[in-house]
Design a protein around this ligand. Structure first.
Ligand code: ITT
Length: 198
């Protein structure tokens, strides 16, 4: 089985991606490459940041790798926190503080519509490919649930009465943005010539 390095320091992403890709790849963490710092993300879009993270690992180590940049886009906040989702409440990154800030910003706002978006970047032999996934839903008025991470306790996907934080990993992975982007990636690798000479 081909090795794949996940270009992220976010343990929750590693858990979600590993659950969905474990039967396609032998998954590695970038700590095995002795990368211990956050990979820089200075772009203005999810696609730029996702590419930046994949290049960071690919250019240093030449390994097959997958990067993820994700964000929550709230309609009434003109797409915020968006590309700044991880540090919405400032440094250092803090999920609890981000959720608290979002609730304050949404105070009194009726339109609660939002979406999560993921852009994955896959690197193999100097080539880069991107895949996007999204899920629509709404921001509820108080945090609910203990599972997941980030804004999961505040996000209720459409046609659901539970937040992502009230779902198991496998339930979230059936409908979530990251899982949807991964479906496209898996279709790509299933059809790709890159993998047929192994
Ligand atoms: P890496 O850059 O190391 O991958 P990160 O946590 O900084 O880790 P991002 O830059 O992609 O990752 O920031 C995404 C932020 O968006 C993340 O910290 C959460 O606050 C939020 N987020 C992304 N996916 C999410 C999900 O599935 N559920 C809840 N919140 C999510």
């Amino acid at each position: 089985m081909k090795s794949l390095y996940l270009a992220t320091q976010n343990v929750h992403k590693v858990e979600e991606l590993s659950a969905l890709l474990g039967d396609h790849f032998h998954i590695h963490s970038i700590s095995e490459l002795h990368i211990t710092e956050d990979i820089p993300e200075t772009g203005l879009t999810l696609a730029e940041n996702s590419m930046q993270k994949a290049r960071f690992v690919a250019e240093r180590f030449g390994v097959t790798c997958l990067a993820d940049d994700s964000g929550l886009e709230v309609q009434a906040l003109n797409g915020a926190p968006g590309v700044f989702s991880a540090r919405y409440a400032g440094e250092p990154k803090n999920d609890q503080a981000n959720c608290a800030k979002l609730l304050v910003e949404m105070n009194g706002i009726k339109n609660r519509q939002a979406r999560f978006v993921t852009v994955l970047t896959f690197h193999e032999n100097g080539q880069f490919f991107q895949f996007e996934g999204e899920v629509g839903g709404e921001i509820i008025h108080e945090m609910r649930g203990q599972e997941g991470f980030g804004y999961d306790p505040l996000f209720m996907p459409s046609v659901e009465s539970r937040t992502f934080a009230e779902m198991s990993l496998s339930e979230k992975n059936k409908i979530a943005h990251r899982a949807r982007a991964l479906e496209k990636f898996k279709l790509f690798i299933d059809e790709s010539l890159l993998f047929h000479d192994e």
